[in-house]
Ligand binder design. Structure first.
Ligand code: HEM
Length: 388
């Protein structure tokens, strides 16, 4: 494009390039020269910084992981906090692990998890309506219904979906070898299983819908990061342009979700409560009715909530499952340890009557501890639990 502009100057393109360059210069300048109020007495982990110029902020684009590891060795291990620079989010105060329980005890008004979500995904611009995040609907439903014991009743359907998805992806012939792209394959299995829990069989086997959810998950944080580069007062102007791909995906998803949601709303009008499925879509409908909120009962709102839940569920579960599989199959795990995990699974599966039930899954204590250990070694985020 630049070559084109130089060869054949065009006012519109030149204007766009000028805006982009100005924004870039502003974004970099703001992060290099900005002063941020930081707690006094906490060590700054920026090795070569002089005074008010924070080159460490720029370096964090490539060095963040290294700085976090070094800060951990130098401060966290001595139970001390430190400040780590971050290009997009500004300096982060990293507390030692001993402070975690205190942080988690603080009320939302003091240390907010919601503000972290808003900052990470630029909620206001990427969802276009703060009610999607601030109504507390998915947080409440996930905490009440998707943690034990609420999730127990969903296990047979989810186990069924995992079996079908794995058979399709990995095949059922255990006598010969074939290659599998583990990350992509686990993502497909996770997406199917998650959506089985969200709205049942129709949606979870809709390849077009699953692909949209995958793409939504992949682009959302990138677009949020781009928005963060712009000064606050310009975001309302640039966000509609930058978030166009998100809106396109949301419209695409609605083509798949609309018939499913309308069918469920109709079922709710006709049927006795025993015949109604127990899944996330149903919980959304029940919650919207409980709140007597017509906006929440709109099929478009429910569709967007389904896509948002996919966003939080797919990446986290895919990374956790892929890392756990790689850890278990690496040479750090002995044959005896693997055998012991397999025996535990075989025993509980047999005890439950050759099927997976919620109770059987809850008795997989060794497997649970293996996955937790893998998560401990390879956390989803270098930054741990965050609050603002
Ligand atoms: C192994 C998989 C998963 C991991 C490791 C994981 C991890 C996390 C973490 C660390 C947080 C932030 C908690 C906080 O700051 O207090 C979070 C929040 C959240 N996760 Fe997950 N997650 C996983 C799977 C899921 C799934 C499957 C769903 C939904 C189906 C989900 C829905 C949510 C929601 C809605 C929130 C925000 C809730 C709130 O504010 O309390 N997650 N998750």
């Amino acid at each position: 494009m630049l070559a084109q502009i130089i060869e054949k100057p065009n006012f519109r393109d030149a204007f766009l390039v000028a805006i982009l360059l100005t924004t870039l210069v502003y974004a970099v300048g703001r992060r290099v020269f900005a002063q941020t109020s930081l707690p006094p007495g906490v060590a700054r982990f920026d090795r070569t910084d002089a005074g008010w110029i924070s080159f460490a902020s720029l370096r964090s684009i490539t060095d963040f992981k290294i700085s976090m590891k070094q800060g951990h060795e130098k401060y966290s291990k001595l139970d001390k906090p430190f400040i780590c620079p971050h290009f997009l989010d500004g300096p982060l105060v990293i507390l030692p692990p001993s402070a975690l329980s205190d942080v988690l005890r603080q009320p939302e008004q003091t240390l907010s998890a919601q503000k972290v979500q808003d900052a990470m995904t630029e909620t206001e611009y990427t969802t276009g309506d703060l009610r999607f995040e601030h109504a507390g609907i998915h947080q409440g439903l996930v905490r009440q219904r998707l943690t034990a014991p609420g999730v127990v009743s969903l296990v047979p359907a989810m186990a069924d979906e995992i079996r079908l998805a794995l058979a399709e992806d990995w095949g059922e012939d255990s006598s010969s070898w074939h290659d599998v792209n583990l990350l992509e394959s686990v993502m497909r299995v996770v997406a199917r299983t998650t959506n089985r829990m969200i709205a049942g069989e129709a949606l979870c086997r809709d390849a077009h819908f699953l692909d949209i959810c995958r793409r939504y998950t992949e682009i959302l944080l990138g677009i949020a990061a781009l928005i963060k580069l712009f000064p606050l007062w310009t975001r309302h102007l640039v966000a509609p342009l930058l978030t166009y791909p998100i809106r396109r995906l949301v419209r695409g998803a609605y083509k798949s979700t609309k018939p499913v949601i309308l069918a469920r709303l109709a079922l709710n009008e006709q049927t006795k409560s025993d015949d109604i499925p127990n899944d996330y879509l149903q919980w959304l409908i029940d919650e919207a009715k409980r709140r007597n909120d017509p906006w929440e009962l709109r099929p478009e709102t429910m569709s967007r909530r389904i896509v948002l839940l996919n966003f939080v569920a797919i990446h986290s579960s895919t990374m956790t499952a892929t890392n756990a599989l790689l850890d278990l199959l690496s040479d750090r795990t002995s044959k005896a340890e693997l055998d012991s995990l397999q025996q535990e699974c075989a025993r509980e599966y047999a005890n439950a009557g050759e099927c997976w039930t919620g109770d059987a899954v809850q008795r997989l204590v060794k497997l649970d501890s293996a996955v937790k250990e893998s998560l401990r070694l390879r956390p989803l985020s270098m930054r741990g639990v965050e609050r603002l």
